[in-house]
Design a binder for this molecule. Sequence first.
Ligand code: NDP
Length: 471
Amino acid sequence: ASAEIGVIGLGVMGANLALNIADHGFDVAVYNRTEERTREFAAGAGELSSKIIPTGSLEEFVAAIRPPRPVIIMIKAGDPVDQQIAALKPLLENNDIIIDAGNANFRDTMRRFEELKDTGLTFIGMGVSGGEEGARFGPSIMVGGTEASWNRVSDVINAISAKFNDEPCAAWLGENGAGHFVKTIHNGIEYADMQMIAEIYGIMRDGMDMKAPEMAGVFDAWNSGPLDSFLVEITSKVLATGDDKTGKPLVDVILDAAGQKGTGRWSAIESQQMAVPASAIEAAVGARSLSAMTGLRAEAEELLGRPDLGRFEVGGNAAALLEQALLAGKVAAYAQGFAVMAAASKEFGWNLPMPIIAKIWRAGCIIRSRFLDEISEAFTKTPDVANLVMTPEFSRIVKETDTALRTVVAEAVRKGLPVPALSSAVAYFDQLRRARGTANLIQAQRDFFGAHGFERIDGKGENHGPWNMGN
Ligand code: NDP
C-alpha cells in the first residue's frame, strides 16, 4: 500500500481532482464503477501516471492506500453515495476517513455522519467549487467534520486548493454538515449572481438594442471595477464568442432554458426553514424554472402579447447606472446568503467563521470576486453584525447605489423587461430599512380570523381586537 489518498469516481470532477492531487506530489489510488473509465484515465495521465494507481475493484483500491486511509468519493450525489459508502464500509478499517466531495444535500451529510458514528470510521462532508478547471488546478474547498479528522487531511486538501495571496482557499468550517451547507449557499449566491447578470444583459439586448460584442466590451470594462469577478469576466468572454456554424454571436443561438441540479433550490428551501429571507436567491431559482418552460412562454407571448413599451431610457450614462444596479443587487444576494448561514450556524451549533468563508471564496470557486475580500474585511471588523448591509462598508455601498438600483428596476418594469432578482433587491432593502412596516395589518387580520392576538406598540392592554365578526 503506497497511496496517500484514494479517489472514487473519475467523472469530470473526480478525474481532475485526482490529477491535481498527483500534481502536488501525492500518490493517489483511483477507482471508478465503470472500469473502462479508470483505464482511459490512467492512460491519459501522461507524466503524472507514476503517481496514479488505477484499481479495478474496491478491494484492490482499499489495499492500495496506506492506513489510516483518506478516501474521497466524487460521484453523482444522492443514492449513489449511500451505495458507495455501504460497499466501502466492510473493506475499511478503524480511523479510515470517508470524504464525500460531491454536491451533497447537507441534510444527507448530517444523516451519514450519524450512520457512521460508532463504526470507527470518520466522515467528512466537503464542498468543492470551481468546476472542471478548479478541480484540476485549485478549487475552493469547504470542509465539515470533526476538527481532528480535518487535521489529518488538511495537508493534501490545502495543497490542492486554490490560493489567494498564497493562502489556501480551503478551510474547516465546522462539524458534520457545515461544509456542504456552506457549499449549498455558495451555489445559491451563484444562482443570484448569474441571474442578475442575465437581467442586465436582457436590458441591454432588448431595451437598448445592443449586440453581443458591444456588451462584451461593457462587461469587460466592469471587470476592472467593483464588479471584478469570475462571472463578469466569463460573461464578457461568452458575449465575445462567435458561432462557427452561423457566424452569429454564440450566445444568440443558445436556447434560453436554464438547467439546474438542485443546490440553488436547496438554498432557497433552507432559507425558508431558517425563516431568513433570501429573496434574490429565490427569484433566481424561480427564474431558471420559468426559463425552462419554453413552450408555455411561447404560448403566453402569443396569448398575452409581449409588452413592447419602448427603449430603456435612463438619461445620461446607462452603462454606469447598470453597473451600480448590479453591484447593489449583489450586495442583497450576499447579505441574504450570509444571513442564512448565520441562522443555520446557530441552529446546528457550527459556529461558522464568516470572514474565513468569504476568504476561501476569493479564489478557485465560481463566485470568486474582489467583492469577497471586502466582505471578509467587513466581517472581521464587525464579527457580530446582524446583516452584512449593517457594516459601515456595505451600508455605504447600499446608499451609494440606491438611486441606480431604483432607477434601473423602475425603468425596466416600465418597459416590460423582466428583472425578478434585481427588483427583489429593491424590495428587500426597502423593507429592511423601514422601522415601521405594514405587518400590523397582517397581525390584525390574523387576530380577526384566527384569534392569534397581537402586541400593541405601547405594550398596554388588550391583545385581541373587538372585531365585528358579523359583517
Ligand atoms: P460526472 O457526471 O462527470 O461523473 C459522475 C461519476 O459518478 C462517474 O464517475 C460515475 O461512474 C459515478 N457514478 C454515478 N452513479 C454511480 C453509482 N451509483 N455508483 C458509483 N458511481 C457512480 O459528474 P461530476 O464529476 O460533474 O460530478 C461529481 C460530483 O461533483 C457531483 O456530486 C456533482 O454535483 C459535484 N460537483 C460537480 C461540479 C461540476 O462543475 N461538474 C462542481 C462541483 C461539484 P460511471 O463512470 O460508472 O458512470
